[in-house]
Design a protein around this ligand. Structure first.
Ligand SMILES: Nc1ncnc2c1ncn2[C@@H]1O[C@H](COP(=O)(O)OP(=O)(O)OP(=O)(O)O)[C@@H](O)[C@H]1O
Length: 261
């Protein structure tokens, strides 16, 4: 890509005691791209996400975001940078005792100081943006399907108009139809809002349907980060098993039906 990356990770190292998760890891996220991050269980996908969004202090390395080195910033400047991120965590984490519009309004009240009425009005816009019907605004998470909860969590991640969206396994636990609809929503939001998306996933269909590039984590580093056709052809045992196993082949054929013979 001949653009400057929005996020540049260099030499990232993360260790927990004797356990090394990342060793000298490099990765870039470019403007308006959807980057899928995959790898076996425990390869450090979530730890990488948490390092970038500032929830985890890396053992070593540099993370530049919007041209600024996160580690060199004051706490105040860091939170200014981190406000430009929207994060959807693996377990959705909505407050069960709040309605959807109250959940989404919360960051608007806390971070921007909107009045409750204004925040809830804006929250309803965000819920609509995430594809939820108007009546869902006054519902509680327990009243909703898994797919709707994911959409509500996405609406909350979008509350502060982020430039970069971090999604940790957004389609986990969704049925295939809801998962495919969520993939389309991510694409639509990227196109409409010009977002860049860092998407940790195990979902092969999401990789084919939504991602511009795929980064594979293995043995503490990024083994390859490229278009999916290049990644598929990378000579590595895990990549071979993942992309050329039965599920991988099915996802590939769904994306390229003309190849079916
Ligand atoms: N705070 C922590 N303290 C100690 N070890 C940790 C901590 N956070 C993560 N780890 C370890 O780091 C490794 C990578 O964890 P991580 O959650 O990033 O994996 P992952 O690739 O996202 O896995 P999965 O696909 O199963 O979600 C794991 O071995 C995990 O136990």
């Amino acid at each position: 890509m001949n653009q400057e990356p929005l996020i540049r990770v260099r030499g990232l190292t993360n260790r927990f005691g004797q356990h090394s998760v990342h060793e000298d890891l490099d990765l870039d996220l470019y403007p308006r791209e959807i980057l899928g991050v995959v790898g076996g269980s425990g390869t450090g996908k979530s730890v990488l996400l948490r390092s970038i969004v500032g929830l985890l202090q890396p053992s070593a390395g540099r993370i530049e975001v919007f041209g600024e080195d996160l580690q060199r910033l004051s706490t105040q400047d860091r939170s200014r940078v981190e406000r430009r991120f929207g994060v959807l965590f693996q377990r959705g984490a909505l407050f069960t005792s709040l309605t959807l519009q109250e959940n989404v309004a919360l960051p608007l009240i806390e971070h921007i100081g909107l009045t409750r009425a204004d925040a809830e009005a804006l929250a309803r816009v965000k819920l609509a943006l995430a594809g939820l019907p108007g009546e869902s605004a006054t519902q509680y998470p327990a009243e909703l399907s898994g797919g709707m909860i994911k959409r509500a969590a996405l609406a909350r991640a979008l509350a502060l108009d982020p430039e970069v969206l971090f999604l940790d396994e957004p389609t986990a636990g969704l049925d295939p139809i809801a998962a495919a609809a969520f993939d389309r929503l991510i694409l639509t939001l990227r196109d409409a809002l010009g977002l860049s998306v860092f998407l940790v996933t195990h979902d092969l269909d999401t990789l084919y349907a939504a991602c511009d590039r795929v980064a594979v984590l293995s043995r503490g580093r990024v083994l390859v980060a490229d278009r999916i056709d290049v990644v598929e052809d990378t000579d590595d045992a895990w990549i071979h098993d993942y992309f050329h196993g039965p599920r991988g082949r099915a996802a590939h054929l769904a994306a390229y039906p003309a190849e079916e013979s």
